[in-house]
Design a protein around this ligand. Structure first.
Ligand SMILES: Nc1nc(=O)c2c([nH]1)NC[C@@H]1CN(c3ccc(C(=O)N[C@@H](CCC(=O)O)C(=O)O)cc3)C=[N+]21
Ligand SMILES: [Mg+2]
Length: 291
């Protein structure tokens, strides 16, 4: 292995410590404890793990854990009513609807019931539009956490070739926009890209977010590149990503592991967004009470 490891577990711990200090400062100044509302529908085992970790770490950073677990066969209007109730509840700073939802539910309209100021996942149409326009707003947690991981290397993205493999609403799409915001030269590759090896091997920074186990090998990686593995797959031999770690780490300059890379950063960024959301709501209430 020649690549330096980007230790997501450590960096996430540092971010959470900062968030915990911000929560304390905010609580002392305003009397408000930021609250994270997670909504989990059904019994998907991976989703249960992620949501449990989000709740545990919210509590660990001093926030209130406001969880709703709904039956797998819950009706769309019932989920909508719960989101609307949380939207109006002043104890709720952030609302996270865990994805994927069971197939009979339509996620888009449900997500868009989350007010922009409580959209700690950054997934509403409004938050996506603000990002597309380069205006301030809450950003999606996984891509935003990836930027933090890249920053931890000390490498400036300005002018570098960044290639994002994947264009999902949760990760690839917003990832490309965040990299552009940092003045990288951004290429979005995806399942219809003709020659992925040719495109990916030009990347100074390669983000693997295709959701295909072990898609990215040494042939895709320019020597010395920063390789970020967003994939997470449960296989018989344990958790793996979109990157063939052993061969790519012999070529790359920097690499994230799975587990212990992007996953913990996603949760740390969610917590950072939640305290930001609490602050924005408090400021808005201050303005409203003075009007
Ligand atoms: N509305 C919504 N927001 C999300 O942010 C969201 C989502 N839905 N659906 C699924 C994906 C996936 N995701 C992960 C979070 C933490 C880890 C994580 O902590 N991973 C650990 C391993 C944990 C384990 O699986 O044992 C690690 O990589 O080290 C992974 C994946 C958030 N997502
Ligand atoms: Mg895709």
């Amino acid at each position: 292995m020649t690549a330096q490891l980007i230790d997501g577990t450590r960096i996430a711990r540092e971010v959470r410590a900062r968030v915990a200090a911000e929560v304390t400062e905010f609580r002392e100044r305003t009397g408000i404890v930021p609250g994270l509302a997670t909504i989990l529908v059904g019994e998907d085992p991976a989703s249960e793990v992620y949501v449990r970790n989000k709740r545990r770490l919210a509590v660990e950073t001093g926030m209130a854990d406001l969880h709703r677990h709904l039956d797998a066969d819950v009706a769309q209007p019932t989920v909508a009513a719960i989101i609307e109730e949380l939207a109006h509840d002043d104890a709720v700073s952030g609302i996270l609807l865990q994805l994927p939802l069971p197939r009979h539910l339509e996620s888009g309209p449900l997500i868009d019931l989350i007010p922009a100021l409580k959209d700690v996942d950054g997934l509403t149409t409004l938050s996506a539009g603000l990002l597309a326009r380069g205006r301030p707003g809450l950003r999606p947690c996984t891509p935003s956490g990836v930027i933090t991981l890249i920053d931890s290397t000390g490498i400036s993205l300005e002018g570098l070739n960044a290639v994002v493999v994947g264009r999902s609403e949760l990760v690839g799409g917003p990832m490309s926009r965040l990299l552009l915001e940092r003045n990288a030269t951004v290429t979005t590759a995806h399942s219809r890209t003709r020659d992925l090896v040719a495109v990916a091997s030009e990347a100074d920074v390669l983000i693997a977010a295709a959701g295909v186990p072990h898609l990215i090998g040494a042939e895709h990686v320019k020597p010395g590149a920063v390789v970020i593995d967003v994939g997470i797959h449960r296989t018989e031999s344990g958790l793996t990503g979109d990157v063939r770690f052993d061969e790519v780490s012999a070529v790359a300059g920097w690499i994230t592991p799975v587990p212990g890379g992007v996953g913990p950063m996603t949760i740390a960024t969610l917590l950072a967004n939640t305290v930001t959301a609490a602050r924005m709501q408090w400021e808005q209430r201050q303005l409203a009470s003075r009007a």
